[in-house]
Design a protein around this ligand. Structure first.
Ligand SMILES: *Cc1c(COP(=O)(O)O)cnc(C)c1O
Length: 460
């Protein structure tokens, strides 16, 4: 149009997420995607190192998913889901119930990750009120990220991203998360009772004293008023790519049972194989009462939120009394196009043996990134499934991350782009989370770019 570039036209009319529009660099004009690569208007090819904001798993423009979308569009593109149903909506729910952790038998659709979490929180709250109990408290963890709508944002750790909205947020009770590199208990490896090889549980979950702020202590204090404990199992994403010992996840389930509160697992990021299991809860053989999905559920093609619940929760809403109905819904609840993609993606996960592939990628990431552990400015290297994480520090002894590293993210992003890699570090945390279809050679190349860029930007 008018011979202007996409970036020019964009600048005249658009407002981008998480972007300071005054100082941003020009956006990357992406015209085509194929496999792990994105192609720009000016002819560059970029490796999609973060799976397009953590959603893509089978690669871009996958022929099987393309066909699933096109054929569903020819059949039925959308219909109200309050009093109608349709084949892809039913088939996806049937498929999910088959593969979810045992006991999750009811599927509620919405249309993104934040709404999947909002639905879970509202379900938990009404589960109690339908039984005549008013429970006002949610316990969530430090470093948590659960989304950008008001409820999900309230549940997330307060940060510069939530600060402008502080007056809108409701209070939640916070408990420590097992960020082992920066252990909230101040334990070093020898004092930690968890040797990650067999000991019982991470002390961050242990009940109750002497560790104020542990999940155990918070449940002891607030137990009877707690509606649910909400966690991102195994991998806390936006809060810094923090990887848990599975013993902590097992401890969360045990404590929720002990205090009789619901456990909500936010698997919006971790669901569908990202951590090397189909669901991260499997790392500790845990079944939550409610489980949230989005991001990869459609293979990364279309927005879809899914909240799965147990039969016990579902049954608490069955009543002749209309006020016990779950009054929640969205115009695009159960969109058939998104559901058809969900069905096709689930099938692809099985047919391509995607979980085994993620574990292979895990090995390649480990081989490529673990050597960085001895680097002067690398504090911690963490790998889980298809996610490789490098935490930069300015001083290894104090683990200080501040100073120069505060604004190193955009500089790293630029350096990666110059090498044909699309990565967006979270502050001082550099991570790669490519689509599962990445090859061994591509992974080796990707980790080499990470090693070289850290040397180039931060120094060797
Ligand atoms: C991305 C994310 C969300 C929010 O999902 P959106 O689709 O971006 O609203 C919620 N929880 C977790 C763990 C996430 O990573």
């Amino acid at each position: 149009m008018n011979g202007k570039t996409l970036a020019h036209r964009d600048a005249a009319v658009l407002w981008h997420p998480y972007t300071q529009m005054l100082t941003r660099p020009a956006p990357l004009p992406i015209v085509r995607g194929e496999g792990v690569y994105l192609h720009t208007e000016d002819g560059r090819r970029l490796l999609d190192g973060t799976s397009s904001w953590w959603v893509n798993i089978h690669g871009h423009s996958h022929p099987v998913l393309n066909e699933a979308l096109a054929s569903q569009a020819r059949q039925l593109e959308h219909v109200i889901f309050a009093n109608c149903t349709h084949e892809p909506g039913v088939e996806l729910a049937e498929g999910l119930v088959q593969v979810l952790p045992p006991g999750l038998t009811r599927i509620f659709y919405s249309d993104n990750g934040s709404t999947a979490v909002e639905v879970a929180m509202k379900m938990a709250s009404q589960y109690w009120s339908n039984q005549g109990q008013s429970r006002r408290t949610f316990i969530t963890l430090h470093h948590a990220y659960h989304g950008d709508t008001v409820g999900a944002m309230s549940a997330s750790e307060a940060s510069v991203f939530t600060q402008p909205f502080a007056p809108m947020l409701f209070d939640v009770v916070r408990a420590h998360a097992p960020y082992c590199y920066r252990c909230p208990m101040g334990l070093n490896e020898t004092r930690c009772r968890l040797d990650c090889l067999g000991a019982d549980t991470c002390p961050v979950a242990l009940t109750p004293e002497p560790w104020a702020g542990t999940l155990g202590a918070q449940l002891e204090r607030h137990g009877a008023d707690v509606a649910a404990v909400l966690v991102e199992p195994m991998l806390q994403g936006a809060g810094g790519m923090i990887v848990w010992p599975p013993e902590f996840l097992a401890g969360v389930r045990r404590l929720c049972d002990q205090y009789g509160v619901l456990m909500i697992a936010d698997e919006v990021l971790t669901g569908f194989g990202r951590t090397g299991r189909l669901f991260a809860c499997e790392h500790a053989s845990v079944s939550p009462d409610i489980l949230c999905m989005s991001k990869a559920v459609t293979g990364g093609y279309m927005p879809l939120g899914v909240t799965a619940a147990t039969e016990r929760i579902y049954e608490a809403f069955l009543s002749e009394d209309r006020t016990r109905t779950f009054f929640h819904g969205h115009s695009f609840t159960g969109n058939p196009l998104a559901c058809a993609l969900g069905v096709a993606s689930l099938r692809l996960i099985e047919e391509t043996n995607a979980i085994a592939k993620v574990r292979a990628v895990e090995g390649w990431l480990r081989r490529g990134l673990e050597p960085l552990a001895s680097h002067r400015f690398v504090g911690d290297v963490r790998i889980i499934g298809g996610v490789g994480i490098v935490e930069l520090v300015s001083d290894k002894a104090t683990k200080a991350a501040g100073g120069y590293l505060d604004d190193v993210g955009p500089t790293l992003t630029r350096a990666f782009l110059n090498r044909g890699v699309l990565l967006r570090p979270l502050g001082n945390v550099v991570y790669a989370m490519p689509p599962y279809v990445i090859t061994e050679a591509e992974t080796d190349w990707l980790t080499q770019q990470i090693r070289e860029v850290i040397d180039e930007v931060i120094g060797g």
